[in-house]
Design a protein around this ligand. Structure first.
Ligand code: NAP
Length: 484
């Protein structure tokens, strides 16, 4: 059940929000405390969908500044005019709930509590609502880190056991998944932002994205949950790629973002609720050291980009290396070729490892030259000075640094004049698709491969590991193109 918050701040904005979100909303929450120059009758009439009347007082984090009697009088008025739901704050007390009940036998009452600080344990939070008289109870709290999602899960589990309809919202970017997964966790509804205008709470996603990207109303307790574990995660196109692919395969699965600081806590509290995760910066190496079941590439490179399950065990895989080399070999075999890799981080290690497996002759150059030297020693390859990149012979040049990545799109790790015709140039950067490095190499007559191709290939591999079915490369490529 998607509840779209109508926040104004003018009556005109409120009507527009209702019009624009009609396709996606199951219910509209009318935030009477946020709409200036409120005209109740036209507002209530502006939708045929069920409405929740909310006049959140300042003492509960809202903006209603009048006295309690006048606030309740507005809500009374809404009930008399047939509003389907009223939101009442737990702190307002049981008498207020009883007052509304007396007013109407049909109105349904949401009793809500909004935490402002560190969330209390879910069991304690659920106990607060005992005997509150609400048809639905709602608990909202700020998530500082994605492991805090666990509170929402536990709260809704307790509610289910007591046959209590409930909503649990972890606000903020780290709590985003609680909004998407409400049906998976057994919640009654989820709040979304209108297409235009401010959301009612931090982290609210537009209702269209809840439907189009995540299909939230199609999810249920059997839905398999996957996600992106990292920090930051907002820049990733993974939610679009994986969810589009799940939809095409008619898989009952969803892919969300887990903005995480505390990896160990995430692995203890949230990972068990999932079928696996993609792993990105800064956790690729740490994850590899924490998981016992490690695939060959993880053991060899010390980094993982995927956590997945086989039977009861958790495993770590790294599809980056094969994805990069498969992308390159789409343009020509690497066997016997001289490959110069710029960078000595996770991506460079993975690419060097796989290139050696495929019998390329590998050189490495890195800004911090000791790192290049260490990598070279470990893999038995040669490091060259960073300043010498433009002077050495190579057949294949690989950029495995973030240089040229959005927003630094005017940068390149290699001077324009260093490019030569007939070489193959690969940029691990996937945003933008054509980096400055690739544009200049192409102008000089080189063939080029974008990091986007690596990205879709590693996503396809993850789909295989997550669902056990083959990822559709064509679909992933077209989905990716829509975002560049
Ligand atoms: P990482 O482990 O943090 O390593 C970053 C590397 O880039 C280091 O060698 C670092 O050199 C170098 N570097 C950073 N800033 C630089 C600068 N301004 N000038 C020169 N060198 C610089 O990161 P990673 O995981 O290897 O990722 C590297 C790139 O690959 C990123 O752009 C990432 O998005 C991309 N990638 C793409 C895919 C894909 O699917 N397309 C997958 C994985 C990674 P120092 O040692 O001197 O710091």
């Amino acid at each position: 059940m998607i509840i779209v918050s109508v926040t104004g701040p003018t009556m005109q904005d409120a009507s527009r929000q209702i019009r624009e979100s009609r396709r996606w909303a199951d219910i509209f929450e009318l935030r009477l405390d946020l709409i200036r120059g409120l005209e109740l009758v036209p507002l209530l009439r502006s939708t045929a969908k069920p409405r929740i009347a909310t006049a959140r007082p300042i003492w509960e984090g809202g903006e209603y500044a009048g006295d309690e009697e006048s606030r309740l009088a507005i809500l009374d008025d809404c009930v008399s005019r047939g509003v389907e739901f009223v939101d009442l704050e737990l702190k307002a007390g049981r008498e207020v709930v009883e007052r509304m009940r007396k007013k109407s036998r049909t109105v349904r009452l949401i009793v809500s509590h909004h935490e402002s600080g560190v969330p209390r344990p879910a069991a304690e939070a659920f106990r607060m609502f005992a005997g509150c008289g609400g048809d639905i109870v709602k608990w909202a709290y700020p998530a500082q880190d994605s492991p805090d999602l666990r509170f929402a899960y536990d709260f809704l589990r307790l509610a289910r056991r007591s046959s209590q309809k409930a909503i649990a919202v972890a606000t903020g970017e780290a709590g985003e998944a609680s909004r998407v997964l409400h049906r998976v966790f057994g919640g009654w509804g989820t709040y979304a932002a209108a297409e235009t205008g401010p959301g009612a709470a931090p982290g609210q996603l537009p209702a269209s994205s809840m439907v189009k990207t995540y299909r939230v109303n199609a999810l249920n307790s059997r839905t398999r949950v996957f996600g992106l574990l990292g920090n930051p995660v907002a820049q990733s196109n993974g939610i679009f790629l994986h969810n589009a692919s799940f939809r095409r395969q008619r898989a009952n699965a969803v892919y969300v973002r887990f903005l995480t600081s505390d990896l160990e806590r995430f692995m203890k509290d949230v990972l068990p609720l999932t079928g696996g995760c993609s792993v990105t910066i800064p956790f690729k190496e740490k994850v590899a050291s924490l998981v016992r079941g490690r695939d060959r590439e993880v053991r060899a490179t010390g980094a993982a980009n995927t956590l997945y399950r086989r039977g009861n065990s958790l495993r770590a895989a790294n599809g980056d290396a094969a994805a990069a080399l498969d992308a390159l070999e789409g343009k020509g075999r690497v066997k016997g070729k001289v490959m110069l890799i710029i960078g000595a981080g996770g991506a460079a290690r993975a690419i060097a490892y796989e290139a050696l497996q495929r019998r390329a002759q590998v050189f490495v150059a890195n800004r911090t030259e000791e790192r290049a030297a260490a990598l070279a020693r470990e893999f038995g390859i040669q490091a060259i000075p960073f300043s010498g990149i433009g002077e050495v012979h190579y057949d294949i040049l690989v950029n495995a640094t973030p240089v040229g990545m959005f927003p630094g799109v005017d940068e390149t790790p290699v001077p324009r004049l260093a490019h030569r015709p007939g070489t193959l140039v690969f940029d691990a950067v996937s945003n933008p698709r054509m980096t400055r490095l690739l544009k200049e190499a192409k102008e000089a007559g080189a063939r080029v491969v974008s990091g986007e191709e690596m990205f879709v290939r590693q996503a396809a591999r993850q789909q295989e590991l997550f669902l056990g079915t083959k990822g559709n490369l064509g679909l992933l490529r077209t989905t990716m193109r829509r975002f560049h």
